[in-house]
Write a protein that binds this ligand. Structure first.
Ligand SMILES: C[N+](C)(C)CCCC[C@H](N)C(=O)O
Ligand SMILES: O=C(O)CCC(=O)C(=O)O
Length: 482
């Protein structure tokens, strides 16, 4: 076991190669869990880690919110005898959740965030208020703590009353931040995922009420991929399945693709060659979000197995074993291109491309790696060249280790969808006639569909608490994503 820079304890997942890591107990990252697969394990055991540290701190901060024993009416308000206090300060409104916890909201911020029908379109959820006509020294004439939320009355020249639900104010408290939604849980996996891979059935996914689509995409969000069993082995059924997520992203390879090894398109995917673990469309500024594959036919030959590797899992191991290499992969930009089609020549903007491991606020958010599609590395500092090659060599060694690689032989009837921002895919060389079909879905289409399904099947607590504020088209004006 070793301790990571982030104070994590990581475990081995099965036996490992030369860079083997010792067995250890499980680690947890905020919102991330690890499959506990040890060589003697008979089944992959997902260890339910306690709430993430971020959730814990948020909960701790909220503990000082009005005591839990208060009645809450159906608007998730707090019983009258324990309403949060509110008062007007020089530049801010101060809300006292209890004697230990306060939030401060600038007057200009509150006025700008009014969501009355005059300031915020109840159907389109677009802002109507003219931010720039709000006087920079705007100041309420009165504030009042109501059972459901805070009522603010603005200057009489244009009488205007705003209302903010307590749960919304608390969720959006910025001075101080009180509760940040925890990162969606991720379960990182290695080869042991083969014991219990995420799967849904075609029947579930195609059912009218979309609960099956929610189950499907929730698994993709958690694992980075999910199989779909029982799919009729036709391109038509596979396209219809793809469209359950959202509209298909058309590229130089077409919209819904149905391909074989005939070089119909200028890419090695249209050959019998093996393809190492990679993510697709690294040459787009905005790489595709999901990739769906369905093997329709493979006759008169062998090979053509499908490879999946959890890039987030491998990155976590690289970070523990080779932090310097990790930092290089997180900082050095990698240019790439798609130049096999005469009428297409794709390169990302900026031309230098993007790092292999992309981070936002310190969190790994995207793996972008296709060594076959990489362009000339002409922007490396001379002093970094050999270090970078050493770093990607370490990355490649972990990517291709027996502990990381999950090989499956797809067959007609079982499709797989992959989060192309996290999970790398590949295939072994093959002989014979092999026909694969599938589609790309844009990352925003995927995230939008999941957000709508979450709204429907797992609504946010603020949305639940302010359901009476839902306006036309059913979407709540206090939705946390607005
Ligand atoms: C999926 N489909 C066969 C249509 C195209 C494959 C394109 C593969 C390309 N080298 C990339 O990595 O983006
Ligand atoms: O043919 C396959 O199984 C996968 C091809 C591939 O990697 C791709 O299309 O990106």
């Amino acid at each position: 076991m070793w301790r990571s820079t982030a104070g994590l304890r990581l475990s081995a997942v099965g036996k490992r190669s030369a860079t083997s890591i010792s067995q250890g107990s499980l680690a947890r990252r905020t919102g991330t869990r690890y499959l506990r697969g040890i060589s003697t394990a008979t089944t992959a055991e997902v260890v339910r880690s306690p709430a993430s540290s971020r959730q814990a701190s948020g909960a701790a901060a909220l503990k000082s919110a009005p005591p839990e024993h208060h009645e809450q009416n159906e608007h998730n308000a707090i019983a009258p005898n324990s309403l949060p206090s509110s008062r007007i300060d020089e530049r801010k409104v101060i809300v006292g959740w209890d004697t230990h916890t306060w939030s401060r909201y600038h007057h200009i911020w509150l006025r700008d965030h009014c969501r009355c029908p005059q300031c915020f379109h109840p159907v389109t959820k677009q802002r109507l208020v003219n931010t720039f006509e709000i006087p920079s020294d705007v100041r309420p004439v009165a504030v009042e703590s109501k059972p459901d939320g805070l009522e603010v009355t603005w200057p009489s020249v244009q009488p205007h009353t705003s209302f903010y639900p307590w749960s919304w104010l608390r969720q959006n408290s910025y001075d101080p931040p009180l509760s940040r939604p925890s990162a969606p849980e991720k379960i990182l996996w290695g080869s042991k995922i083969l014991q219990d891979p995420p799967t849904v059935t075609y029947e579930e996914v195609m059912a009218e009420d979309e609960r099956g689509v929610f189950k499907w995409l929730s698994r993709v969000d958690k694992f980075g991929f999910c199989f779909i069993s029982g799919v009729p082995p036709t391109p038509e059924a596979t396209e219809e399945l793809s469209r359950r997520i959202g509209f298909i992203r058309e590229t130089q390879y077409g919209t819904f693709w149905d391909f074989t090894s005939d070089l119909a398109k200028g890419d090695t995917a249209y050959t019998t060659l093996a393809l190492g673990a990679h993510t697709d469309t690294t040459y787009f500024t905005d790489p595709c979000g999901l990739q769906l594959f369905h093997l329709l036919e493979h006759t008169g030959g062998s090979g053509g197995a499908t490879l999946l590797v959890d890039g987030f899992y491998v990155a976590s191991i690289l970070k523990e074993l080779h932090p310097t290499a990790y930092e290089l992969l997180a900082s050095v930009r990698v240019p790439s291109h798609a130049a096999g089609e005469p009428n297409a020549l794709y390169t990302p903007t900026p031309r230098a491309g993007y790092p292999v491991l992309r981070h936002l606020d310190g969190e790994l958010t995207q793996v972008r790696w296709n060594n076959d599609d990489r362009s000339v590395m002409n922007h490396l500092e001379a002093s970094v060249v050999e270090e970078w090659y050493d770093a990607v060599r370490k990355w490649h060694k972990l990517l291709t280790s027996a502990d990381s690689e999950y090989w499956i032989q797809l067959s007609p009837g079982t499709a797989v969808v992959v989060d192309n921002h996290r999970v790398l895919h590949g295939r072994s060389a093959f002989t014979g006639k092999r026909r694969m079909c599938g589609a790309y879905i844009g990352v925003d289409e995927y995230r939008s569909k999941l957000a709508v399904l979450n709204e429907k099947f797992a609504p946010d607590t603020v949305v639940q608490g302010t359901s009476t504020c839902a306006s036309e088209n059913g979407r709540n004006i206090w939705h946390p994503l607005l």
